[in-house]
Design a protein around this ligand. Structure first.
Ligand SMILES: Cc1cc2nc3c(=O)[nH]c(=O)nc-3n(C[C@H](O)[C@H](O)[C@H](O)COP(=O)(O)OP(=O)(O)OC[C@H]3O[C@@H](n4cnc5c(N)ncnc54)[C@H](O)[C@@H]3O)c2cc1C
Length: 224
């Protein structure tokens, strides 16, 4: 899997801070952007994040190239509705060679790994057979497994990134989507350290676990 931040709102933290400051100011955001010091930007950002004034975080957007994830995982990812996606088409792009993700629970066992690979390769071979027999790629793909890799471009604003990280960094989320959001968090931290630092699991934000069983990072609500 490869997750790269390919574009983002220029000066994302200044953009958010000036929008936040504008709400309580007599001057325009244009002037505020020139006047705000880095210390003021940091303090404004920390205040909007802790106070829940999260709408201003929508002014900063981040675009990621996400490559080599499984179709099983991309299906989970695109359930997040407040984002924009462009995904490699299985109707128009045909797979010339097998390309798939093996879950660690399978990869860790040599025998299971062999069986898994055999089944996936057989599906890919049947797929190629159908394509070569003239079946449209869009129909042949019905044979492809959930493990088949895909690529996409995803744009999310900082508010939605906070939400998605809060649930997808949790151990309850599956390992592959968790890996995506761990990589996303690291990418955002490089260009927007305060926003990146706010991309946290929900239990760290609330200081308690709201699941039925705690993994140990924070205690259950009743036990905290
Ligand atoms: C551990 C885990 C297990 C899951 N298991 C399943 C499963 O078994 N089956 C399944 O179908 N899904 C499952 N999901 C997916 C889950 O149900 C959501 O579809 C997915 O997490 C998208 O999140 P969301 O709806 O909070 O927010 P997003 O789509 O990311 O939207 C962000 C927020 O915007 C608001 N919002 C967005 N759209 C609306 C709307 N139409 N109306 C009102 N408010 C809106 C909500 O506050 C929402 O939280 C699972 C998710 C996780 C993390």
């Amino acid at each position: 899997m490869q997750v790269s931040l390919i574009r983002y709102t220029p000066e994302p933290e200044l953009t958010v801070a000036s929008a936040a400051r504008l709400c309580y100011s007599q001057i325009s955001a244009t002037q505020l952007q020139e006047k705000l010091t880095p210390t003021q930007v940091e303090s404004l950002l920390r205040r909007v994040i802790s106070s829940g004034h999260h709408s201003v975080l929508e002014h900063a957007s981040f675009t990621f190239a996400i490559d080599g994830i499984s179709r099983a995982c991309s299906h989970q990812l695109v359930r997040h509705r407040l984002a924009s996606y462009s995904q490699q088409s299985q109707r128009y792009v045909s797979y010339k060679a097998p390309d798939f993700v093996t879950p660690p629970s399978v990869a860790d066992d040599p025998e299971l790994s062999r069986q898994f690979e055999q089944a996936v390769l057989a599906a890919f071979a049947q797929y190629r057979g159908l394509v070569e027999a003239g079946v449209p790629v869009e129909d042949a793909r019905y044979l492809l497994p959930n493990a088949t890799t895909t690529r996409l471009v995803m744009t999310m604003n900082a508010r939605e990134l906070m939400h998605t990280c809060s649930i997808r960094l949790c151990v309850r989320a599956q390992w592959e989507i968790r890996e995506i959001f761990e990589a996303i968090k690291e990418e955002v931290k490089k260009v927007a350290p305060i926003i990146g630092g706010a991309l946290q699991i929900k239990c760290i934000i609330h200081d308690y676990c709201d699941e039925t069983e705690s993994c140990g990072i924070r205690p259950l609500k009743d036990e905290s």
